[in-house]
Design a protein around this ligand. Structure first.
Ligand SMILES: [Zn+2]
Length: 102
């Protein structure tokens, strides 16, 4: 089926001219809006991760990194036999958490 570009009337595939207005039909012409439709279908997938969700995820990753830093400091402290590195790490992480408001 070919839709007339002038009046919008559907015509037979073999028709050379619009049966309603006589406008010349282009048999190989495809709807111009087709690539746009594909993007519209992809849009929900792309916008599935909202900026709020992303920010929350980043904060969780950040918190996990801080926890890992504390764990490493604890291990280092245990190996060295002194708790000074752990105290320093706790202080640094506490300040970071305060500043970043996690
Ligand atoms: Zn027409």
């Amino acid at each position: 089926m070919i839709v007339c570009t002038r009046c919008g009337t559907p015509n037979q595939d073999k028709a050379r001219r619009c049966e309603r207005c006589g406008h010349k039909l282009q048999s190989s012409a495809r709807p111009v809006a087709e690539p746009v439709k594909v993007w519209e279908q992809l849009e929900p997938l792309r916008s599935n991760v909202t900026p709020e969700k992303r920010a929350e995820l980043l904060r969780m990753v950040e918190a996990c990194l801080y926890s890992a830093a504390l764990l490493i400091a604890a291990v280092v402290s245990a190996v060295l036999g002194t708790w000074t590195p752990l105290y320093a790490a706790i202080a640094v992480v506490a300040i970071l958490v305060l500043v970043r408001r996690l």
